[in-house]
Structures are given as C-alpha cells and as structure tokens.
Design a protein around this ligand. Structure first.
Ligand code: ZN
Length: 499
C-alpha cells in the first residue's frame, strides 16, 4: 500500500472523502454497463475508460477489486421511460431478428471495442435477463415493506410513501416538489398513483415479445431494478464504489438507492463516483443531431464529422488528459492533439523500456525530477484519480529520456533513481493508465532489430570469407545506428545510438 491516502469525490455527499473499503483488502465496485441494442459509440468510451483506470489504480494500491459491470438486455424502454417499446425488442423488430440476436451481436461489438481501448474485463458481467428471479425477489421485498404497489399487473415504486421514511433525490439534488411540477402526464402513467413513481415490473402487452412469468403478470423488469438486484447479489447489500456517467444520476441511480433502501433498509453504496459528459463540438451526442459516432467509425475515420481515423489509444489518451469530473468537448483538433501527445509519451515508453542505466555524474536537478516522479504521480492519483496531472508529469520527464537516448548515456542520474523512475514510468503508462505502446512504433522497432541482426550476420560471413572491405563497410554503416561489440564467438549490439 502507498503511504498516502486515496481521496475520491463522493457525488452523494458532494465532497472528497478518504477512500476506505468496507472489507479491505477487497474492494467491491459496480459500474452501469451498456444497453446492447446498437454499436458501441463514443459515449461508451468515457465511463468505461474512467472506471477501468479507477480499478487499475486500486489494484496498484494493493486492493483486490471485484468489478461488476452489467449488460442491459431487457427492460430499458425508449426514452428511458416507463412506457414505450423495449430498445432491444425494437431493434430486433426493425432488423427482423430475435431480440437475443441483437443482444449477442452488440455484446460482441461492445467487448471488441472495450478490448481495443485496452479496458480490462470486469470480474463479473451479469445480464438483466439472466437475473429475473433475483429482480422478482427484490420487488417482493419492496412490496412487503410497503414501498410499492400493484396496478393493473404492473408494480410501481411508491415515491411518496418512501419519502416518509427516507430521503429521495439526495444523489441528484432534485426535490420531489419540483419534479412533480415538471413531470408531464404520459400515456400509461394513469396506472401510476403519482407521476414520480417508477416501474419495478411491467405487465407485457400482447405485442411485447420479451416477457417472463412473475407473481403479478407475464412481464418484464423495470430498467432500474436490475442494477440493484445484481449489485446486491454479487457485491452485497452495501458495497464500496458505484460508478457511471453523470447522465445516470437521475433517474437511474436515484432509483437504485430508493430500491435498495426499500428492500434492504440500507443505503447500497459507500462512494458514488460519476464521470462528466462528452460533448461533440459543444453539443450532446444524439442520433437526431447527426453527430452520433460509433467506435468503429472513429477507428476507421468513416464518418462525415471525422477528418481522419483515430486510433483507440489516441481516444483513450484524450479521455485521460482531462480529469474525469471535467467535461470534454470532442473535436478533430482535440483528438489530433491528443494523438500527437500520445505518440510522444509512447515513444518515451518504448525507449525507456530498452534503456539501461549508464552514467558517471549526478546532476541535482535531474536526480530530483526523476526521483520525485513516482510520488508525484501517486499524489495525483490519490487526489481523486487525477490522470491529467499524471500525464503532465510524464511530459515533464520526457525530455530527459530523449536526451539520454540521443547521447547514449543516462548522464546526470544515479543508478538507483534511474531504475526507480524507469519502473514507475512503465507502470503508470502501461498498468495504471492502461496505455499500449504505439503499435507502429513497436513494429518499426522490431523491423529495425531484424535488419540489424541480418547486417551483423552478413558482416560476420564477410569476415569469415576474409572479405574485409565488405566487413568494414558494414561495420561503418551499423556503427551509425548501434554500438557493436565483437566477442570471441559472436557479435553483440546495443541500441545506444540514435536511429
Ligand atoms: Zn445501472
């Protein structure tokens, strides 16, 4: 464990708090997953990268993280409402396939894109349709406690009744009187005693194809209950971290709190963490605005708003360059800048990985900057996961690494400080920020190594054949790029000169 403490901003309490898990060294974390009715898109990048880094950092601190991220494959209706068509069923109807074919297709697409972004897989990835029984059991508890009612075969959460015992709206800061005022009467809401009430179970209409038997009707769960039921099942009635985008604060996360309190009498989450939103050229992303960009489109450049293709790592980097609680406005210029910055830090990673200490003097300034690198990165991460500061620390040290590389010596730093710094840079770049080295750069390095090997072999053959003119010519060429050393039985070479 690091000696300093991790602080995180708790959305519910509206303040930074020291993070102390309920059962150390274990950390339980739940993040709302995607509704799989379309291709993974830009909006998916930010929350899943954010909480991937949170998970990676907790692991670095020595915690054993159980990270649960669900797949919503039923119950999420159009416009996030309690009436209307199920998003998955609608897509299935339009594509003339089974709903589960839609789920399969887009779950695979989601996984593929998460892997490209180098997000680690969650420990458990439960789907809503696989947990109907748990959801029914939770609804039964809420009903038994009097916080829900049955209406024409559907079950609704009774917000007014709940408010007599518990606060409602604390997380999102919404006051029920204001909500009352702003809620339009929608079709089907007549089933509700109050427009604020939300569906726990919906009776399926005859045309609704995804339905299950329940004590109340053949129907399907409301959108919010799956997260409450599945987080309680896999993480316990109270768990450490619940993450998601700010857009889920209301109603989704507010309803999760109410359901858990209604069923179990305990607040489910100790630290609520929310990432801020991603806008596109200042606007919210949406299909109606023609600014909806899938990850496939981003990585291929195949979208009218894109000037070129951007790599998954450029996207990941652009997300981590900002603090997760700050908004990000997506633009070609922004991504291009992020891509260039990523390539610079990636080059430092690739160089540093192969670099060994070789120096004679210690320069106080260089020694100080490199020795404090790890602590500064840890401090930044402990300050509510400030990846932006980690990245700026990486830039601060990059000039030293480039200087070491071009001079072929790590002059100015002690062996101990260099090794500590090298390990810290590799760790923060690869394991904590989850950045992969630029593939092109790695490939060109591999190709280069192969070329050097072949030229060294050729030179040795020339020597054997006593063709010293050729052997010397090859030595001169190679020496411009690498350092050669002839041993009794073979020649070794090192990447010490600039390529
Ligand atoms: Zn959720």
């Amino acid at each position: 464990m690091a000696d300093s403490q991790l602080y995180v901003y708790n959305t519910l309490k509206r303040e930074r708090e020291v993070f102390v898990p309920l059962h150390p060294p274990f950390v339980s974390m739940y993040v709302c997953g995607p509704t799989v009715y379309g291709n993974a898109h830009l909006g998916h990048a930010r929350p899943y990268i954010t909480f991937d880094v949170v998970c990676r950092y907790l692991m670095y601190l020595g915690y054993k993280v159980r990270y649960v991220r669900n797949i919503t494959d039923v119950g999420h209706l159009e416009n996030d409402a309690d009436v209307g068509e199920d998003k998955i069923a609608k897509k299935a109807r339009l594509d003339k396939v089974e709903p589960m074919e839609i789920v399969q297709r887009y779950t695979l697409d989601f996984h593929k894109n998460m892997a490209l972004l180098n997000n680690r897989s969650p420990s458990i990835e439960p789907c809503a349709s696989g947990h109907i029984i748990e959801q029914i059991q939770m609804i039964e508890k809420i009903l038994a406690h009097g916080y829900a009612y049955l209406s024409q075969g559907s079950v609704y959460f009774d917000v007014q009744r709940f408010e007599k015992d518990y606060p409602y709206g604390e997380l999102s800061g919404r006051v029920t009187e204001d909500l009352q005022h702003n809620t339009r009467e929608l079709d089907g809401q007549s089933e509700k005693h109050n427009p604020l009430d939300f569906a726990l179970w919906k009776k399926a209409s005859p045309e609704h194809i995804m339905h299950w038997p329940s004590p109340w009707s053949d129907g399907f769960p409301g959108w919010h209950i799956e997260c409450s039921a599945m987080s309680a099942k896999y993480l316990g009635e109270t768990f450490d971290i619940h993450g998601g985008g700010m857009d889920l604060l209301f109603p989704h996360h507010e309803c999760e709190i109410a359901q858990s309190l209604g069923a179990n009498g305990i607040s489910p989450v100790r630290y609520w963490m929310h990432n801020n939103m991603l806008t596109i050229n200042g606007q919210k992303m949406g299909k109606s605005l023609n600014n909806f960009i899938t990850l496939d489109e981003l990585f291929s450049g195949n979208h009218p708003l894109l000037e070129k293709a951007y790599s998954p790592m450029a996207l990941r980097f652009s997300m981590l360059q900002a603090h997760y609680r700050n908004p990000i406005d997506f633009s070609n210029k922004g991504l291009e800048d992020a891509e260039k910055a990523y390539e610079k830090l990636s080059a430092v990673y690739v160089l540093l990985k192969e670099m060994n200490w070789a120096g004679t003097t210690v320069n106080t300034e260089i020694e100080k900057v490199l020795s404090s690198f790890e602590k500064e990165c840890v401090d930044a991460m402990n300050d509510d996961i400030n990846t932006a500061v980690v990245i700026s620390n990486m830039f601060k040290v990059s000039s030293y690494v480039n200087q070491f590389y071009s001079s072929g010596k790590t002059e100015g730093v002690s062996k101990e400080a260099f090794e500590k710094f090298k390990n810290a840079y590799l760790l923060f770049y690869r394991d904590i920020l989850g950045l992969l080295p630029d593939q092109q750069m790695e490939r060109s390095n591999e190709d280069f190594d192969k070329l050097v090997d072949s030229l060294v072999d050729l030179r040795n053959s020339a020597k054997k054949e006593k063709n010293f003119t050729l052997a010397d010519a090859l030595r001169n060429v190679l020496s411009q790029f690498v350092t050669l050393q002839d041993l009794a039985d073979k020649t070794i070479w090192k990447h010490e000169k600039k390529k």
